[in-house]
Design a protein around this ligand. Sequence first.
Ligand code: KIV
Length: 284
Amino acid sequence: MDDRVTIPGLLKLKEKKEKIVCLTAYDWPTALLLDRAGIELVLVGDSVGNNMLGYSSTIPVTMDEMIHHTKAVRRGVERALLVGDMPFMSYQASTEEAIRNAGRFIKEGGTEAVKLEGGEEIADLIDILVRRGLPVMGHLGLLPQRTSQVGGYRVQGRDEISARKMLREAKILEEAGVFSLVLEMVPWPLAKLISESLKIPTIGIGAGPYCDGQILVITDVVGLSFRVSPKFAKRYLNLGEQIEQSVKAYLTEVKSLAFPTVEQHSFSMDEEVLKKLPSPHPSP
Ligand code: KIV
């Protein structure tokens, strides 16, 4: 039976009050494992910039880099819904460019949908994309592509004016056709209110337990983040430490001649063939 996750399937999960579980992925092996584990949505986030490519933010990430990583993730994801994150300046300059770039995610990257950061100001664009058959996930609250405008990674929507604005923009985005909405670093009571006010599912990251689903950055979950992990993230594994330990063990074994062994990790050859080869120390 085809149990692939679909956009209507996500809406059904919200109706059933079953939480939607999402993670980011940036490469084939991780994508394979996430899909095998059974999560519903995989996002190729532009957070690939700070988590995989060593940039200090998501700003330098290009469309070509996103497509490269998206294609790798696509090869690993069979069941989950795959979403590509539109990087900074891939949808801001013009509608034509935005359509072309969203199309690249779906056509070249093989995603089912794209994600765009922003509120009311991109509602018309979202409407155009959705009408042209390019499904869109919205993103409100802390927008990592705009942290310089708000003074860094700060909780958004704490005062009445900004909370009302976020609630209004969430409804506008729903009206424009987003199939789901990421809420990042939003106080939980506001995220709850937004989630209860929309038919589409909200996916929280640092937005409390009352969103319809949750998303985290995979490197935060498995302990591969080398920058300060945000307060809202939870580490389930210390993969970074485990990798370092295993590399140290390998280093020690190679230096001490414990690895590789002739018996276990090497290939033999016919003695007669060997005899016919020139000696490394020919007699004078
Ligand atoms: O790029 C990303 O990882 C994201 C998530 C934080 C939702 O946008």
